[in-house]
Design a protein around this ligand. Structure first.
Ligand code: FES
Ligand code: FES
Length: 162
């Protein structure tokens, strides 16, 4: 069985098609940035992208994956972070960090669909990602900052004294 993960074809051999994607990512492919929290679609720690949409990796069987998977390892790099990752660092969001890759993946999916989310949009999109450390105010601030990072710079006034 093969999956496309972070832009690369990965061979899972004769893995059981019933295996949750989360198990395959962490235990077979070593992509441990995606976390196991509840295992029952209640916490969002395992959030990855399937063709750009945020999904719960604990709830998808590898035999049912039809599309490209992106994990936190494939979102950006230290040299070229995704705007959400850059904003997370600027706002110093993480506390213990356990929930944060899932939070970032949900935030990135939100901004891909809606490049100017309101606070209400943010709360709705992020409501299923739980944080035991209650970093929610910093998460909201970082999403607002990422929204601004993504916006193209304002055009300079012609002939201005800049
Ligand atoms: S581990 Fe998947 S939602 Fe909690
Ligand atoms: S930062 Fe600790 S669970 Fe969210």
């Amino acid at each position: 069985m093969k999956l496309i993960v972070n832009g690369q074809e990965r061979d899972l051999g004769d893995a059981d098609p019933q295996m949750p994607l989360l198990w395959a990512l962490r235990d077979m492919l070593g992509l441990t940035g995606t976390k196991y929290g509840c295992g029952v679609a209640q916490c969002g720690a395992c959030t990855v992208h399937l063709d750009g949409m945020a999904v719960r990796a604990c709830q998808i069987r590898i035999g049912d994956v039809a599309g490209d998977i992106t994990t936190i390892e494939g979102l950006g790099t230290p040299a070229d972070p995704h705007p959400v990752q850059a904003a997370w660092i600027e706002e110093q969001v993480a506390q213990c960090g356990y929930c944060q890759s899932g939070q970032i993946m949900s935030a990135a999916a939100l901004l891909a669909l809606n490049d100017d989310p309101t606070d209400e949009d943010i709360d709705r999109a992020m409501s299923a990602n739980l944080c035991r450390c209650a970093t929610y105010p910093r998460i909201r601030a970082a999403i607002r900052r990422a929204r601004d990072i993504r916006r193209p710079p304002c055009p300079r006034p012609r002939g201005g004294a800049f």
